[in-house]
Design a protein around this ligand. Structure first.
Ligand SMILES: Nc1ncnc2c1ncn2[C@@H]1O[C@H](COP(=O)(O)OP(=O)(O)O)[C@@H](O)[C@H]1O
Ligand SMILES: [Mg+2]
Length: 427
């Protein structure tokens, strides 16, 4: 008798978690809340929304779910982990209070300062006039961030002082992300290379996962608007084991210790968005969950049993555990609907999924099923992930298989992992 798992969420990240959970000998049945058409084909979709806390708690009791895994930030912010642990259920994902590390940029910045974590200098404002006075006095470009959750639309990187004023107006006067920008952070703009370091945290101990890079901008060359993520790769040549160790010591450990000291210990996946400069590693932000698309490129490289790791994390018992990774590389390409992250149309048949090669997996996000097959149903439709013995091989395989998939309006970035293949000297 294995354990019943409930995966909360409906994107490609949750499809990847479901796919990996099904490979574990410890797993009995995998349920999804709500899941998507592709998770429905390999597991059981419950029809429960990710924020339906009472519905999920009832389901977990009725169906004897032994481990609930929180995917999206909305489930964390809804207090799902709080309710499940009060009900005596094992849950992978932080409480709402610990989740403030993502849901409030002001909380995250001030905790980083208190804990001595290197992060760009910043000021907090709750009205646009004083924010703009500050920027006029400084005469430089800043990064302007909404305090609250804004689905990746809350951070604006300004070009110069004038543009910074415009960014403040967008968030605070035109209220492009609503009440999330009632307070803003105005932050020093820094340079460097970005990397996502995800770690399993059991309240106290930290088990870092393989680093990954994601691509947030819609278009090649990091042009165009920010998106939920257009793809990524792992491992990262400029962020090896020694860098991971440094980031754990200087960023993750102080934050985990700080949250513990404040009586809100963190359990789950803690995602640090890092900027790596020539001298130092600075933390830009934290997410209280697996990244999407990071999960899709990292999980296929994991050789250790996923459920063992998630159960130990949820149970506060990571002591003595480690994770091993294939030395193979992974590249994930998000196939999106033309117009995303703006407006787009859906309902187009997805063709070619049956012709995908070995060592390639396709995780679904915005796709639904109709009698003739899968059809598009969202902005980010699929993440196609290829493994290869080298990054070049993984990249070639990924794009070769992207060519086998078709739907009307299919768009994707063509430059994913290109810098890893073209400039190995930068190692
Ligand atoms: N201080 C900064 N300096 C330069 N770029 C930044 C800075 N803060 C954020 N960015 C850029 O903006 C992106 C989004 O910022 P982030 O803090 O991750 O917010 P969110 O993911 O919530 O939108 C980052 O991935 C990074 O590219
Ligand atoms: Mg981010």
């Amino acid at each position: 008798m294995g354990i019943n798992i409930l995966i909360v969420g409906s994107g490609a990240r949750e499809h990847a978690l479901t796919w990996k959970a099904l490979q574990s000998p410890l797993t009995d049945t995998v349920f999804c809340a709500p899941g998507n058409a592709a998770t429905g084909a390999i597991a059981i979709n419950t029809g429960l929304q990710a924020t339906d806390v009472e519905g999920i708690v009832r389901f977990v009791k009725e169906r004897e779910v032994g481990l609930t895994v929180l995917g999206p930030e909305v489930a964390v912010a809804a207090g799902l982990a709080d309710r499940l642990s009060t009900a005596g259920r094992l849950v992978f994902g932080p409480t709402r209070a610990a989740g403030r590390i993502e849901s409030s940029k002001v909380f995250a910045k001030s905790l980083m300062n208190r804990a001595g974590v290197p992060t760009p200098a910043y000021r907090v404002f709750d009205n646009p006039a004083s924010a703009k006075d500050f920027v006029r006095g400084e005469r430089r470009a800043f990064v302007v961030k909404a305090d609250g959750l804004a689905k990746g639309k809350g951070t604006l990187v300004a070009r110069d002082a004038e543009d910074t004023l415009e960014c403040i107006d967008m968030l605070m006067l035109r209220r492009t992300v609503g009440a999330a920008a009632d307070r803003i952070v105005v932050e020093e703009k820094i340079e460097g290379r970005e990397v996502s370091l995800l770690a399993l945290v059991d309240g106290e101990r930290i088990l870092p996962l393989a680093p990954a890079c994601d691509y947030k901008r819609a278009l090649d060359g990091d042009k165009g608007p920010n998106t939920g993520g257009m793809g990524g790769y792992s491992p990262v040549s400029f962020f090896g084991p020694e860098a991971v160790e440094r980031a754990v010591a200087s960023v993750l450990l102080p934050i985990v210790q700080g949250l513990r000291d404040e009586g809100t210990p963190y359990r789950g996946c803690l995602y640090a968005g890092l900027m790596v400069g020539p001298q130092d590693i600075q933390a830009l932000e934290f997410n209280a969950r697996f990244g999407d698309p990071e999960a899709q490129v990292v999980l296929p490289r994991l050789e250790t049993d996923l459920i063992t790791l998630l159960e130990a994390t949820a149970g506060g018992d990571l002591a003595g555990l480690s994770a091993s990774w294939t030395t193979r590389s992974s590249v994930g390409v998000v196939l999106a609907s033309r117009g995303y992250p703006g407006t787009f149309t859906t309902g187009y048949p997805i063709e070619g999924l049956g012709t995908i090669e070995r060592d390639v997996v396709v995780f679904h996000a915005g796709a639904s099923a109709d009698p003739s097959g899968y059809v598009t149903a969202g902005g980010r439709v699929l993440t196609l992930v290829a493994l290869g013995d080298s990054m070049a091989e993984a990249r070639d395989r990924a794009y070769r298989n992207v060519d086998r998939v078709r739907f009307q309006g299919m768009t994707y970035r063509r430059d994913l992992a290109q810098r890893e293949v073209e400039a190995p000297a930068l190692r």
